[in-house]
Design a protein around this ligand. Sequence first.
Ligand code: CAA
Length: 240
Amino acid sequence: MARVALVTGGSRGIGAAISRQLKTDGYSVAATYAGNDDAAAAFTAETGIKTYKWNVADYDESKAGIEKVEAEVGPIDVVVANAGITRDAPFHKMTAEQWHQVIDTNLTGVFNTVHPIWPGMRERKFGRVIVISSINGQKGQFAQVNYAATKAGDLGIVKSLAQEGARAGITANAICPGYIATEMVMAVPEKVRESIIGQIPTGRLGETEEIARCVAFLASDEAGFVNGSSISANGGQFFV
Ligand code: CAA
């Protein structure tokens, strides 16, 4: 039986590349999305990967959605908590709403995604939890107090889950992508983006597939001894 993988935010950007890679690797994949029905329908039509719509910031919606995926696709073996948003603003201009939107989606969203899946993984004595953090959780970023807080929080989540899940055959790891050629990065003003690219020794943005291949490794049986760690994929922009 093929293993089942759930990818949140899995129909666009980095998440779409992850969904495709896992499907290529033989997993039965379910991808979630929050609002863009057209993109999700196009993604399903192109890839055959089923998409499910729910808001990861809402626990009850997440739990109900996960129950539906498990009924339709099967018990989830691999969960990739990838869904995330930015609401960038210098701190003196950041509103409480911008703070809460990002915390609710990017950080509480990880709890809401992994928590309902965790008991089944413990029972079945296998699981792979992979959280998509960010270079900006490692180094901080101008105008991203909210986002950087969530991405640094991801690292605390996986280090703690790693200790709790190890005896049950579950690993929990993070990937810290640098600046990847996605809509999120393309939304950064061009001048700022050019200056960021200037700080990347590789001299280019990363490709979504380069992150997807990191996920494929962490999801594999071969990665069973990799637990509580993070993979930096940032073109040499920042070393931990
Ligand atoms: N470092 C130092 N100063 C900076 C700066 C930086 N990185 N970026 C902007 N500034 C300065 C500007 O030069 C400007 O200074 P002056 O007032 O002296 O001209 C000031 O800060 C900006 O002030 P504004 O009032 O113009 O700022 P704003 O309210 O219009 O906000 C911004 C603009 C939101 C900061 C915009 O520049 C921006 O989006 N920056 C990019 C932030 C960023 O890198 N986000 C990452 C998104 S990608 C992602 O998050 C994916 C991932 O995981 C890597």
